[in-house]
Design a protein around this ligand. Structure first.
Ligand code: COA
Length: 407
């Protein structure tokens, strides 16, 4: 009986074979741009990544200027509001960041339940999802007011610091309201009060990393935000996107690269062997920059300045050698590949005594400001993000009952 049924199914399959390759509007699609390379999906006035000139602007101001003159708080305000704050606006923004930084008690309990090996960034993603329910967050579309955005920006360093300290088996530290944003962040994860120089170093990093056009995590944030999901769900999705080694996870892998190159003890051969076997140098290459990444240059200069003069075999010198060898290799193949921001950032954090597991979380503390600015921008004129794909699979396939599928 079953075999008769199967025979029938085969006949049906033969009948429909004639149209089993579905082709959806294919003739109208001239070019699929995989990875969405060079696709414009929306407009933005938050940041401009000028890949030809190697420049980055936030709200029209060159990021190099901001690094030199602006603080974390001022730059955040700029991204969120479109202009630099006045004195009184800045004072009340700083106060709000302090008032709203205290997170739910349950968040600390949740973190303490996880294995010590958990990534602080992935714990952030998890805690943000938990906050959706704990804070009773609602659809953000149509809501006005900045408070919930400031709250998520203020809570992110508290959560990642607790997650980092948990990974070290150390007790959590409550945020302090007598410190500025950057000093407080450093205190919360390290337990030490930073020097002015150390705080300036991390502030430079945070300002540099706040926004970067439609990078993958920002695009993820905008995509989820376009559905009307609540703010915590949106930021949680963006944090997940940031965790990948092709995006925010590259910095910690550069520290691994440094260790491997040191062990190998021949920079030229290491780089040549890796590249000629089709491998990638982590921290090099960029989808948009066809010249050097301006953030990489600032980080490189910062690393040079914080590396003691005359230090032999420093990370700075080794990275310069790796970069040089890779550039020679790429030049001979006419590939415009330069070091990106992550090539240098990890070594800067390492100088500050921060362990690699924390690097992508530092990026999250900065980038959450950009994500919030993008969500705000989108909410002014939202349209659901919903691209299409060309279907290349079969159609009209018969359903074969389980008992006929063999073992
Ligand atoms: N080392 C060696 N070759 C690299 C490279 C790298 N770091 N980055 C790109 N390339 C090469 C690719 O092998 C490819 O060569 P091919 O055309 O001969 O196949 C070409 O350059 C294009 O690379 P592709 O990965 O397709 O470009 P992309 O725009 O999709 O990728 C990155 C951008 C950032 C994902 C890519 O450069 C990369 O993987 N870099 C390392 C990870 C990293 O540093 N991420 C942090 C980004 S801020």
């Amino acid at each position: 009986m079953l075999s008769l049924f199967y025979e029938l199914l085969t006949k049906i399959e033969l009948k429909v074979k004639i149209m089993d390759n579905f082709s959806e509007d294919e003739e109208n699609v001239t070019n699929i741009l995989r990875g969405m390379e060079n696709i414009y999906v929306d407009t933005t006035s938050i940041s401009l990544v000028d890949g030809q000139e190697g420049k980055l602007y936030y709200r029209g101001i060159n990021v190099a200027e901001l690094v030199a003159h602006s603080t974390f708080e001022e730059t955040s305000w700029l991204l969120l509001n479109g202009n630099l704050p006045t004195n009184s606006e800045l004072t009340s923004f700083k106060l709000e960041l302090k008032t709203l930084q205290h997170t739910h008690d349950k968040i600390f309990r949740i973190i303490s339940e996880f294995p010590l090996s958990s990534s602080p960034l992935l714990l952030l993603q998890f805690c943000l999802s938990a906050l959706s329910s704990l804070e009773n967050a609602d659809n953000y579309l149509g809501q006005t007011g900045m408070e919930r955005f400031i709250k998520v920006i203020a809570q992110t360093p508290v959560i990642v610091s607790a997650a980092y300290r948990h990974s070290l088996g150390r007790p959590f530290l409550e945020p302090r309201s007598d410190l500025g944003f950057v000093e407080n962040f450093m205190y919360m994860f390290s337990g030490n009060f930073p020097t002015k120089k150390q705080a300036k170093c991390l502030e430079t990093a945070l300002v540099l990393l706040m926004d970067h056009g439609f990078n993958t995590s920002t695009f993820a944030a905008r995509t989820v935000a376009s559905t009307g999901a609540n703010l915590y769900a949106v930021i949680s999705a963006a944090a997940g996107a940031l965790s990948g080694p092709l995006h925010g996870g590259a910095g910690e892998h550069v520290i691994q690269l440094l260790a491997e190159v040191r062990q190998f003890n021949d920079v030229k051969k290491y780089v040549h062997d890796l590249l000629s076997s089709g491998g990638k140098i982590v921290g090099m290459g960029h989808r948009i920059y066809k010249t050097s990444d301006p953030r990489a240059e600032i980080f490189k200069d910062l690393l040079f300045r914080i590396t003691p003069e005359g230090e032999k075999n420093s990370d700075y010198l080794l990275l310069c050698q790796i970069e040089q060898e890779a550039r020679n290799y790429f030049r001979s193949r006419e590939k415009p590949i330069y070091s990106n921001v992550d090539f240098w950032s990890g070594a800067v954090y390492k100088r500050l005594g921060i362990l690699p597991t924390m690097y992508s979380s530092i990026l999250a503390v900065a980038r959450v400001v950009g994500w919030c600015a993008h969500i705000l921008e989108l909410s002014e004129d939202n349209r659901l993000y919903r691209p299409r794909s060309i279907y290349k699979g079969k159609i009209n396939q018969p359903f074969i009952p389980l008992e006929l599928r063999g073992f």
